[in-house]
Design a binder for this molecule. Sequence first.
Ligand SMILES: [Zn+2]
Length: 493
Amino acid sequence: MSAPIKGPLFLTNTLTRKKEEFVPLRPPHVGLYVCGPTVYSDAHLGNVRTFLTFDILFRWLKHIGYTVRYVRNITDVGHLVDDVDHGEDKIAKRARLEQLEPMEIVQKYTNGFHDVMRLFNILPPSIEPTATGHLIEQIEMVKRILATGLAYEVNGSVYFDVLKYSSTNKYGELSGRKTEDLIANTRDTEGQEEKRSPLDFAIWKKADATHLMKWPSPWGEGFPGWHLECSAMSTKYLGLTFDIHGGGMDLKFPHHECEIAQSVAADGHVPVRYWMHGNMLTVNGRKMAKSEGNGFTPEELVTGNHKLLEQGYSPMTVRFFMLQSHYAGTLDFSNAAMQASEKGLARLMAAMDTLGNLKPTGTGSAEVIALEQRCYAAMNDDVNTPVMIAELFEGVRLINSVHDGKLSMDAEGIERLRELFNTMVLEVLGLKNEDESKNDDGVLDGLVKEFIRMRAEAKAKKDFATSDRIRDQLKVHGIELMDTKEGTTWERV
Ligand SMILES: [Zn+2]
């Protein structure tokens, strides 16, 4: 028998716009699907926020006792420029610009994406399927939709018939849109002439002779529509109906709306029970975008090498900063907010160090039990990381009070507090003590300082042959000494 779930967990379901108790279909199993990246360019910080949101959900579900199958796909075909049904494939365009094979582009940016995920300690999913690896499943799904009469073929392309579908189903329910308004708002755009209605979307597109990424199908050579892969892969790995589907808010329409329509049309099942959407990241109040010049990469953020950055910020500072706001709200990036997070994280980590050596004094542990309950309550309330972090700072206050002898706590209370901090800070929030990873440099720093002291001694005795030799030998080993007004410093060269 498995351990009881430490719940109940409540999640805001964007389909019903209500906070609902989360009850999985087949406990203790949970199926979680999150739309992954289109691998045609470097991930930016807004992407990191989305994947971090679901990383925390994944970690929390596991922590409270569920067995989670987390599927996060890699889009490596079918996502067209401008997110519509015409124009070049984003990956094929990049391949042309960089003069590489499309699959070289896919590999290059998939590797880069994984590096970024590791940098921010975002856990890998259980399955990371690719669109090109599931063409058979997608073609089969197109066949099933055609068989119900909810799609039609024109000249080698297959389109989903939105108006016919919405006569018996609620198209637009997730994003809160009405088909009449959608039609009124569509402009005549290129490549729409084959469609019965401008709302229809391609589930299979005919490829012309110059198209780089194409496969044979019953309708001729072509490629799948972008929305189709998520439906085909979530069905394959999580079943016709599964528990949670997540993604960035910008994917709600049309992408997720189309996913629902495809699954209902192909298999007669509403695919998802709880929809969750992460909000955007803004920079100094403006949406983060490459065109705005504020879409800095994670690497630029860490090195501080961007005109909007006053300094570099460590990956854990970035992670902590993002978790200090709730996933459903917008989050504004600014140097002031980042610097405050840097201080806050340092305070939290210092308290964990103190906690490691804390000695029991007298009796009492009631405050720890109450704190523990409030941490679980915060996380079970729609994964409220900012409230949980505020509670952890209450814990920091307890730790420092016991340390200063102002509060008594018995051994059991201290052990429980350690367990709580290790669980919440390291396992659930996924924060790491970055000073520990710098330990190698700490030893090196001590050694170089010893050489600097010996060199100063030699100089004081006017033994310049020795002082120069120390400097030159360090340089051979990649360490450069710099004499400044404040004394001698060093750096790696
Ligand atoms: Zn998707």
